[in-house]
Design a binder for this molecule. Structure first.
Ligand code: NZQ
Ligand code: ZN
Length: 394
């Protein structure tokens, strides 16, 4: 077995009506003045925000509402949040929403604990992050896995760059997860979430070299579960058990459990972030649009791994390794189609993508050619350009 370190400290409170425990949870972790971060209004419309506030009130905790986080959350908005949270003397940051609200809350938590530092300097590691403010969440969408991850992603709109920071200071104190809260999701967002959960697992799966058997089994079981329940949920979004399985898969897909002894790749995410920053497209859709082209480009470097994946996840019994690997890629892309997700750039974007756009995307994804992507096959700027090119109409 390969060595590993596992650290997943976030307390999970899972089930119906758990949002009513938000106040007690904040109190338990020492919060007295909450900075409440949420998105464009879904939490207000559903009455969730009110329920969370009532539970804070019951514990004698004060709060300040900071709504308006947009998908692909902006650095400038997080900076504004830091300023406001400092004025309000907030001692606990609580997100109500999905990856965008949670990542903004994480950024605000870091900014409040380090008021002398600019957030982007923290993001680019110019200023090392050594402390943060306690933060938690009430999750409303199963997708990004930010509720348990060590990651937070922001878009710097001045530079046109979307980037994440990985640090254990991004680990939340608690995550409240009531699957019923996801019933109101737009179908497109539900599908985006299913893709993202698969991707967080696949980006830890296609890694060269030996892997731990238990880690593989967890990853494969997670993939089968999210695929099966994804189908059920797309038919009936109020299927509590299906929505529950997806939600739990989302958290386990990104708390590192499926990478133990192996590490991660996240090159498809780098391609997706370049698309997200340039076109403001939904995160999960940027991933389904390029995964097929990425897999086509790299799979021959590890046919056996793709064959193994095809058998374990899709039940492909083909004995010829090359054919089996191809079928595994096709089945995955077909599933994205079944979810109604884009599987190429033409389907993802309203605007035509020019040669110059492709070149610029390749530069963005590789930080001007300074970073190599992918573990299964090393990808420089020219490789990434070819992948984007192939993704145009795949
Ligand atoms: O803003 P509101 O009105 O809440 O609407 C949101 C938003 O429009 C809506 N929504 C969420 N819950 C809902 C709901 N609508 C109705 N009912 C509900 N229960 O869904 C839309 C998308 O929300 P968002 O928070 O953006 O979704 P998601 O969780 O997919 O987060 C995506 C962001 O997370 C980043 C992505 O790059 C992207 O910026 N990621 C963060 C990661 C992390 N921190 O670990 C890892 C991921 O790989 C990802 O990069
Ligand atoms: Zn993701």
């Amino acid at each position: 077995m390969q060595n590993f370190t596992q650290y997943a400290p976030t307390e999970i409170i899972f089930g119906k009506e758990t949002e009513c425990r938000a106040g007690a949870e904040v109190k338990k972790w020492g919060g007295t003045r909450v900075f409440l971060v949420y998105g464009g209004g879904s939490a207000v419309r559903s009455g969730l925000l009110k329920r969370v506030e009532t539970s804070l009130e019951q514990e004698g905790i004060s709060w300040y509402e900071f709504g308006g986080v947009k998908p692909n959350p902006r650095l400038s908005f997080a900076r504004e949040g830091v300023k406001k949270a400092l004025e309000e003397k907030a001692d606990f940051i609580l997100a109500v929403g999905g990856g965008s609200a949670i990542d903004t809350a994480k950024a605000i938590a870091h900014g409040v604990a380090n008021p002398e530092a600019d957030l982007w300097d923290i993001w680019t590691k110019k200023v090392p992050l050594k402390k943060s403010t306690p933060a938690g969440c009430v999750l409303t969408i199963s997708a990004a896995g930010s509720e348990t991850s060590d990651s937070a992603v922001l878009t710097n709109e001045e530079l046109g760059k979307k980037a994440g920071i990985n640090t254990d200071f991004n680990r939340l104190k608690f995550a409240i997860m009531n699957p019923e809260l996801t019933y109101t999701l737009p179908r497109y967002q539900l599908a985006c979430g299913i893709v993202d959960i698969m991707m967080h697992t696949l980006e830890r799966y296609f890694i060269p070299g030996p892997s731990n058997e238990m880690t593989d089994e967890i990853a494969e079981g997670l993939l089968r579960t999210v695929i099966r329940n994804g189908r059920k949920a797309m038919k009936n979004q109020e299927d509590y058990d299906a929505m529950s399985e997806i939600m739990w898969c989302g958290s386990l897909s990104h708390n590192n459990l499926t990478e133990l002894g192996r590490g991660k790749d996240f090159s498809v995410h780098k391609l997706g972030h370049a698309l997200g920053a340039r076109y403001d497209a939904a995160h999960g859709a940027t991933l389904s649009a390029v995964w097929g082209a990425w897999a086509d480009y790299v799979y021959e470097n590890d046919l056996a791994r793709f064959q193994h994946y095809g058998k374990a996840v899709w039940g492909i019994e083909e004995e010829d390794t090359g054919k089996a690997a191809r079928q595994a890629i096709d089945r995955t892309v077909d599933y994205f189609r079944e979810l109604g997700m884009p599987v190429n750039l033409k389907e993802l974007l309203d605007t035509p993508v020019t040669e110059e756009d492709i070149q610029a995307l390749a530069k963005d994804a590789t930080m001007n050619g300074t970073v190599k992507l992918s573990r299964i096959k090393e990808l420089g700027e020219e490789d990434v350009r070819r992948i984007f090119e192939a993704a145009r109409e795949r």
